[in-house]
Design a protein around this ligand. Structure first.
Ligand code: H4B
Ligand code: PHE
Ligand code: FE2
Length: 277
């Protein structure tokens, strides 16, 4: 039984000055540290966000501009929505964004996606035509995976690309994952810290690898380009990979395999430090 689509009015006019200030603080902090660190596609998309109104973007204004670029729009939801609802919106180029913002004392870390993570973190990449196609295809893939009962494996692809992906650009590693760019500390950790592994993207490897939702990642996967990510995922039928992985054990977050093409073999110092704490 399919309920509603979980969308709500954003009610932009009800945001308080304090809430706009939280956005402005986070926006200024992240946008001044990301040049040279975030992918050029992300930085180009960031201009889509520079809207006339101060503070938290108005989703209707944002969607007008986004629709002309890649056909995507941003719709407000009260929080996490059921998987099938999430994938249906994504397959139809509607990005669901929380309409609430974290408190001033939660600047550095938040468990659930608020408007800053969803809009600052995700929307700039929706302005990139290739990545916009990838996300819509992912939405369709999610509907298929849901029917096959293998959502956990497909969720890892989202996690290690859309949320925590790195991309090669001009011979260096750059960030495009929304979970990274919306976090000041992880925007440094992901590129500069010796602790995590940085491994060349491999579809099956990613779908086999567990991830952490409550702390910095201990493995990042690196794609050669967004075109390559789109090509591989659209051209590969995932069903045989789902079947192959069915009988195999999941890989722990810190795993390094002999077949891995490594950019960095992590020291896992951060993980040990946390374990000891
Ligand atoms: C796998 C699953 O579909 C995924 O985690 C979805 C679940 N529901 C969501 N709901 C919202 N609002 N935002 C999200 O990022 C997600 N992620
Ligand atoms: N090729 C995937 C669908 C998909 C495309 C692009 C991204 C993610 C998933 C499948 O066979 O299910
Ligand atoms: Fe996200």
């Amino acid at each position: 039984m399919s309920g509603g689509d979980w969308t709500i009015p954003q009610d932009w006019s009800t945001y308080t000055a304090e809430e706009h200030d939280v956005w402005n603080t986070l926006f200024a902090r992240q946008s001044e540290m990301l040049p040279g660190r975030a992918s050029e596609a992300f930085l180009r998309g960031l201009d889509v966000l520079r809207l006339s109104k101060p503070g938290i973007p108005d989703f209707e204004e944002l969607s007008e501009r986004l629709r002309t670029l890649t056909g995507w729009s941003v719709v407000a939801v009260p929080g996490l929505v059921p998987d099938d609802v999430f994938f249906d919106h994504m397959a139809n180029r509607r990005f669901v964004a929380g309409n609430f913002i974290r408190r001033a004392d939660q600047l550095d870390y938040l468990q659930e996606p608020d408007v800053f993570h969803d809009v600052f973190g995700h929307v700039p990449m929706l302005a990139d035509p290739v990545f916009a196609d990838y996300l819509a295809a992912y939405g369709r893939g999610g509907q298929r995976a849901g029917n096959l009962g293998v959502l956990k494996k497909l969720a890892r692809l989202y996690w290690y690309t859309v949320e925590f992906g790195l991309v090669e650009e001009a011979g260096a590693l750059r960030i495009y994952g929304s979970g990274i760019v919306s976090s000041r500390a992880e925007s440094v950790f992901a590129l500069d810290d010796p602790s995590p592994n940085r491994i060349a993207f491999d579809l099956k490897r990613v779908m086999q690898t567990d991830y952490r939702i409550d702390d910095f990642q201990q493995t990042y996967f690196v794609i050669p380009s967004f075109e390559e990510l789109l090509r591989i995922t659209v051209e590969t039928d995932f069903a045989p990979i789902y079947d192959e992985l069915e009988g195999q054990p999941d890989l722990a977050v810190e795993t390094v395999l002999p077949a891995d093409r490594l950019f960095t073999r992590g020291t896992q110092a951060y993980a040990r430090e946390k374990a000891a704490a």
